[in-house]
Design a protein around this ligand. Structure first.
Ligand SMILES: *Cc1c(COP(=O)(O)O)cnc(C)c1O
Ligand code: SF4
Length: 324
């Protein structure tokens, strides 16, 4: 790696106080999954009292190179189904990987080994039509990726129009980090595209740290609210970033102030390269108990994990695993 990304990585490593050899192994980690952080992320870092929580989400570190048993390239066993862009694991819901690009690269991403390959929109739309032509009980489509908001308004609008042809669809969901990574992407034109959807739109924002919800992201979310979408948040529990009741309580309070209802707190998916982000479930449960003590019920998300083969996300509860 050379040029700008490398300079940015060095600057961030410096802020974390990393030694030169730690910085070098970070460069090796970036060779496997490139470093990528959008300009708004640097602004959030500059304004943050806890920049480490933001830096660690995007900065490649030598720890990623560790080969840890139990951590694999495809932890949810989605490939090869996902290779065709349609993931149908849960009753009534069809997930579409409309892109494999993102505005930033989260080091703990469970799809980190399958990002940055191209998606042919026409092919995927054809595959969608074929799937919907079969007798099915799909009532909700989920635009996922990558991050659907890296796509143009024209492409997103073509998806929403395609959905409008199906009467049995009841909802469209968009999973994104757009308002955090690229708040300026939430333009009045994009908002109009969403507002024009025939189906109600639910947007699930991936957000992990309170300082991601700064003024520009709050303003982007306010624009989205004007399109009457339901806004939810989902968070990954991450060691060294948000694994304390203090940090999460601030995050969820701030989320509600921004019009987001906290939906899921995810146990880390065990993807190779992200083992150092894992928080023990016993610790996660402790944090959940503390959050319930401190916050109104609606501010506390469900603590869940994904188990390959399950037909829904599995709640993590004290004393073990309930039936899915
Ligand atoms: C998480 C997920 C969904 C949505 O699950 P909800 O519990 O409804 O939020 C749908 N499809 C796939 C493949 C998923 O991973
Ligand atoms: S935005 Fe989502 S899909 Fe993209 S790298 Fe981050 S976690 Fe992965």
């Amino acid at each position: 790696m050379n040029g700008k990304p490398r300079q940015h990585m060095e600057a961030l490593s410096h802020r974390l106080g990393l030694a030169p050899d730690a910085m070098r192994s970070g460069l090796s980690a970036a060779a496997a999954f490139p470093f990528l952080a959008p300009p708004s992320w640097y602004r959030k870092i500059s304004a943050s009292d806890d920049p480490e929580g933001l830096i660690r989400q995007v900065l490649p570190l030598g720890e990623e190179l560790a080969d840890v048993p139990g951590f694999g390239a495809d932890p949810l066993a989605e490939e090869p189904a996902a290779r065709y862009g349609l993931v149908e694991k849960y009753h009534g819901r069809l997930l579409l990987m409309v892109t494999r690009r993102c505005a930033g690269h989260c080091r703990f991403c469970f799809r980190r080994h399958v990002l940055d390959t191209p998606v042919d929109q026409d092919e995927l739309q054809d595959a969608f039509r074929v799937r919907m032509a079969a007798d099915s009980d799909i009532t909700e489509v989920i635009l996922s990726g990558g991050d659907p908001l890296v796509l143009s308004d024209r492409v997103l609008s073509s998806w929403l129009e395609l959905f409008s042809a199906y009467r049995r669809l009841r909802r469209v969901r968009i999973h994104t980090r757009g308002p955090v990574f690229t708040p300026a992407r939430i333009t009045p034109k994009f908002t109009a595209v969403v507002a024009a959807s025939r189906h109600p739109v639910v947007i699930v924002l991936h957000v992990n740290h309170p300082d991601e919800l700064d003024a520009e992201t709050a303003a982007a979310l306010a624009r989205l609210r004007s399109a009457c979408v339901l806004l939810l948040s989902q968070t990954v529990l991450l060691a060294g970033i948000n694994d304390s009741a203090d940090t999460l309580a601030v995050l969820f309070e701030r989320a509600v102030e921004c019009g987001l209802a906290p939906y899921y707190l995810h146990q880390l998916d065990r993807v190779a390269g992200a083992a150092h982000f894992e928080v023990a479930k016993s610790r996660g449960l402790e944090i959940m108990r503390e959050l319930h003590r401190r916050l109104p019920g609606y501010m506390v998300p469900r603590y869940v994990e994904e188990v390959p083969g399950d037909t829904s996300k599995r709640p993590i509860v004290p004393g073990g695993t309930p039936c899915p």
